[in-house]
Design a protein around this ligand. Structure first.
Ligand SMILES: [Mg+2]
Length: 167
């Protein structure tokens, strides 16, 4: 059961992601969370560093797709600016969201990674679908009220995972 909440990889941020390692694992596509993973929560400021990172992924032959529980307008804005497709109308951690994402990427579960900052949506959703789950630290501590509540549980879970040397 704990396995479903345990990321396969835990890193500081997307820039720490070793693209060679990802390719060695035969991963061809990445479903990437928006808020506090790609951008600070509710920020629309897209830095050159991020654009370069997405270009690097594409140059390495990796497809990207945004998967976010935020509002349609925000997802659409970021998707267009970054020129990355996005999943609309489905919420994580429901399977439909990840299935739609894999349809967009054109990947099978074993070829797909998920990167996100929340265990109960990004990681749980990825693990129950058999996807490679990558947890990053949130970019900012500003977030939805409900997310802040969930962070209390998340911190406890991270401590358990750390004590069992699972991360
Ligand atoms: Mg997030």
């Amino acid at each position: 059961m704990l396995n479903l909440f345990c990321p396969d990889l835990y890193i500081k941020d997307i820039y720490e992601l070793d693209l060679n390692l990802i390719k060695q694992k035969s991963i061809k596509g990445i479903l990437i969370d928006l808020d506090n993973t790609l951008l600070p929560w509710d920020s629309k400021c897209i830095e050159d560093k991020m654009i370069n990172w997405t270009k690097q992924c594409l140059n390495e032959g990796l497809s990207l797709c945004i998967i976010s529980n935020n509002k349609y307008d925000r997802i659409k804005y970021c998707s267009e600016l970054l020129e990355i497709p996005a999943v609309f109308g489905s919420l994580k951690p429901f399977k439909a969201a990840f299935k739609k994402g894999m349809d967009i990427l054109g990947t099978q579960p074993e070829q797909t990674a998920v990167v996100g900052d929340q265990i109960f949506t990004d990681i749980f959703g990825a693990k129950r679908m058999g996807l490679y789950a990558i947890l990053v630290k949130p970019l900012s501590d500003r977030e939805f009220y409900w997310t802040r509540v969930m962070r209390i549980l998340e911190r406890r879970l991270l401590k358990i995972l750390e004590s069992k040397k699972l991360i």
